[in-house]
Design a protein around this ligand. Structure first.
Ligand code: AR6
Length: 512
């Protein structure tokens, strides 16, 4: 990878649509029953970003915020203890890793012995002490602004409901500063049966604990992020929307009956979804627990994206595990770090200045959609009708545009080997599934093969065949079901899905 991206456009059907060029003007920003806005929308119309003043509640439908912790008779409030700890002289000037650990443990006694902070110590020892303590003091101050920045309840994005939350980048930064200092109550365990077992973790305790080259690189990026958001000159002044989209049964396509032909497909051998896919709907190869292992050791596509754009991490605070018919779409996230490499070779190199334009709601033109593929412990499991249908539905809920917006105003999709790394899917089968979902959603695709030349060639050939034979989604679906049977019956001489399809259409693979 690294070389300039090359696109194939065999049909000469032109360019893939991108934002902001294809952007359709938005209505005024206004809350409704499906959209919670954490800033005051009247003030917003006047050009100011001011927190919305609403009410707090303490129940399972809303985020349990640390400054809203119920008071107990005779005991100092948890937030008062937190405030004191974060205002400690040491944290405001000249803090060491030890000071941070001590502060966090004052309001997390239960973890006095099991939380270790090795990453933080390593990071502290390996870099400039003054940089460390100056960023730490800014994170602590930012965390303390929570009561003034978040003055209303934040709904949980629970399963089986479509709902969006729009908040300011400043509010996100403040929530993440609290996550860094592990102030979120009830969120330190996700053991089965615990209150948040169906949610990802949010407190940064595991990231700060498990020292490894990976977590050190992550922490470096996190420090860049906090440094950028706390400097007056670089502070982001916009909004971000997190939208859980849930399809109801009546909206599920009937795959074997769909009459659509394939939409345009541009295959890129090199390039990255987040870079060359700018302006398109960018796919996050997600875990059903949004962000996957970002606060742990995970460092593949999703985690890298979340580390480059830490604002995405706040989704973990309120997004319940994704169901098969659901996705999470995030609009407006910003890139804060330049990184290279992947997995063990991943490195965070420098802070990034993001100059992406903003829409009318002051959100950066950046749309990311999190869809989680199935993890196939045994890759043979993927060749079944049930699993193909599940992956089609998941891709479709992610790709389906807003019904209010005509497809002319809907950007193309930037994707690649979704579900084919950690989750062990078959890249050709997954590409066909994504092509079918995109066809039903009437959107074009940019497909990045991440440097795999053979795959890029195969994909272009198979696409050409489907186009020239005017194969519809329904027809392809039925071919895939036939292929499942073939796969089932032939353990040893099993054909690849692309060879199987071309043979079925009377074309010998060598003729392609
Ligand atoms: N742009 C384009 N293609 C990429 C990029 C990129 N930036 N990064 C990777 N690829 P993987 P999965 C290609 O394994 O199998 C995480 O822990 C590359 O070919 O990240 O869906 C999540 O939280 C790579 O092999 O996705 C989930 O738990 C392939 O995409 C789990 O991994 C798949 O990337 C998801 O695993």
């Amino acid at each position: 990878t690294g070389a300039e991206a090359q696109s194939s456009d065999p049909w000469g059907e032109g360019k893939l649509k991108k934002e902001p060029e294809c952007h359709m003007q938005l209505d005024k920003l206004f809350p409704n029953q499906n959209h919670t806005v954490l800033i005051d929308t009247n003030e917003f119309m006047a050009g100011r970003i001011v927190p919305h003043k609403g009410q707090h509640v303490w129940n399972s439908h809303f985020v349990k915020l640390p400054h809203n912790y119920p008071l107990q008779n005779g005991i100092e409030s948890r937030w008062a203890v937190t405030e004191k700890a974060l205002k400690e002289r040491k944290l405001t000037r000249g803090a060491s890793a030890k000071d941070v650990e001590m502060a966090i443990k004052t309001y997390n006694h239960k973890h006095k012995t099991d939380w270790r902070f090795n990453t933080l110590y390593r990071f502290y020892e390996s870099g400039s002490r003054s940089y460390f303590s100056s960023v730490i003091s800014k994170i602590a101050q930012l965390a303390l602004t929570l009561p003034s920045l978040v003055q209303t309840k934040i709904p949980m994005l629970r399963q089986n409901q479509s709902h969006a939350i729009t908040m300011s980048q400043e509010q996100i930064a403040c929530l993440l500063a609290n996550a860094f200092f592990c102030t979120f109550p009830h969120r330190n365990t996700t053991q089965p049966g615990s209150e948040y077992s169906n949610f990802p973790t949010i407190n940064f305790s595991s990231l700060l604990s498990n020292a490894s080259p990976r977590t050190l690189q992550k922490l470096k990026a996190i420090f860049y992020y906090f440094n950028t958001v706390t400097e007056e000159a670089t502070k982001p002044k916009g909004l971000v929307t997190f939208e859980r989209i849930c399809l109801s049964q009546s909206e599920f396509p009937n795959w074997s009956k769909q009459k659509e032909n394939m939409t345009n497909l541009h295959v890129y051998l090199n390039g990255f979804i987040e870079k060359e896919g700018q302006g398109m709907l960018q796919v996050d190869f997600a875990s059903n627990m949004i962000g996957g292992g970002v606060l742990n050791q995970g460092l593949v596509q999703e985690e890298i994206r979340f580390i480059q754009c830490p604002e995405l991490i706040v989704a973990r605070l309120f997004t319940e595990k994704l169901g098969d018919n659901e996705c999470l779409k995030i609009t407006g996230a910003q890139v804060y770090s330049n990184t290279t490499g992947y997995s063990d070779s991943f490195q965070c190199n420098s802070p990034h200045t993001d100059s992406t334009q903003r829409d009318e709601w002051k959100r950066r033109y950046c749309q990311i959609v999190a869809i989680d593929a199935i993890k196939f412990d045994d890759p043979r499991q993927q060749y079944s009708e049930k699993n193909i249908k599940r992956e089609l539905l998941k891709a479709y809920v992610g790709f389906k545009g807003d019904p209010q917006i005509p497809t002319d105003y809907t950007p193309a999709i930037a994707t690649g080997n979704w579900g084919c790394g950690a989750f062990k899917g078959d890249p050709m089968l997954k590409a066909l599934i994504q092509m079918m979902a995109a066809a039903v959603a009437h959107r074009d695709l940019a497909y990045f093969t991440f440097g795999n030349k053979k795959q890029a060639e195969d994909l272009k050939r198979t696409y050409k065949l489907l186009k020239s034979h005017k194969v519809t989604v329904g027809k392809l679906y039925n071919l895939l079901l036939d292929y499942c049977k073939h796969h089932h019956h032939h353990h040893h001489h099993v054909k690849s899905v692309s060879d199987y399809i071309s043979e079925k259409m009377g074309v010998h693979p060598s003729q392609l």
